[in-house]
Design a protein around this ligand. Structure first.
Ligand code: 5GP
Length: 181
């Protein structure tokens, strides 16, 4: 039977890389494509990375009950279409949602059989050092990011599994253990 996995993790923990490796190894797994109101980044493709919607269109879909869950993140709206999830599971595909922790907990309320996995940094100190090492953000932005990471880690206490991402290989191994145990 097809399964629904929800993977969350703070930005900067390398969750995208671990998921990419997982999908390479298990090509029958599908990654959900969410809707968002944020601007398309360079290199992103409509329908591959996201469906890019205006705020008006997003809110219309939300009011019509088309989202399994949706949440505001960093001033933008993100949501998972119910129809996308249903179609995928009905076709017999295992599906991964890569969404924030608030959204993940909402999915669990609607679909208790969903497996929630949080990808955590080896330590907050290390993540802070990594963020500072990039030299791309102001102190204010770093502080805001750290606050949101702490909130995500608090939410992760309600998850089924926590995988520590110290190296990609070890994180992938733990992720497989959670998914197939
Ligand atoms: P980004 O803008 O960097 O692509 O994503 C920002 C955050 O939004 C990430 O934590 C990502 O997991 C989350 N996100 C992406 N799609 C969804 C969604 O459909 N629902 C929710 N709740 N969060 C999402």
């Amino acid at each position: 039977m097809s399964k629904l996995y929800v993977i969350s993790g703070s930005s900067g923990v390398g969750k995208g890389t671990v998921i990419k490796e997982l999908l390479k190894k298990y090509p029958d797994f599908k990654l959900s494509v969410s809707c968002t109101t944020r601007a398309k980044r360079d290199g992103e493709i409509e329908g591959v990375n996201y469906y890019y919607l205006s705020e008006e269109e997003f809110k219309r879909l939300a009011a019509a009950g088309e989202f399994l869950e949706w949440a505001e993140f960093s001033g933008n709206l993100y949501g998972t279409k119910k129809s996308f999830v249903e179609e995928c599971l009905n076709k017999g595909n295992n599906l991964i949602l890569e969404i924030d922790t608030k959204g993940a907990l909402n999915v669990k309320r609607m679909m208790p059989e969903a497996v929630l996995i949080f990808i955590a940094p080896p330590s907050l100190e290390e993540l802070e050092a990594r963020l500072r090492g990039r030299h791309t953000e102001t102190e204010d932005a770093i502080q805001r990011r750290l606050a949101s990471i702490k909130l995500e880690m608090e939410n992760s206490k309600q998850f089924d599994y926590v995988v520590v991402n110290d190296t990609v290989d070890r994180a992938l191994f733990s992720l497989e253990n959670c998914m197939f145990s």
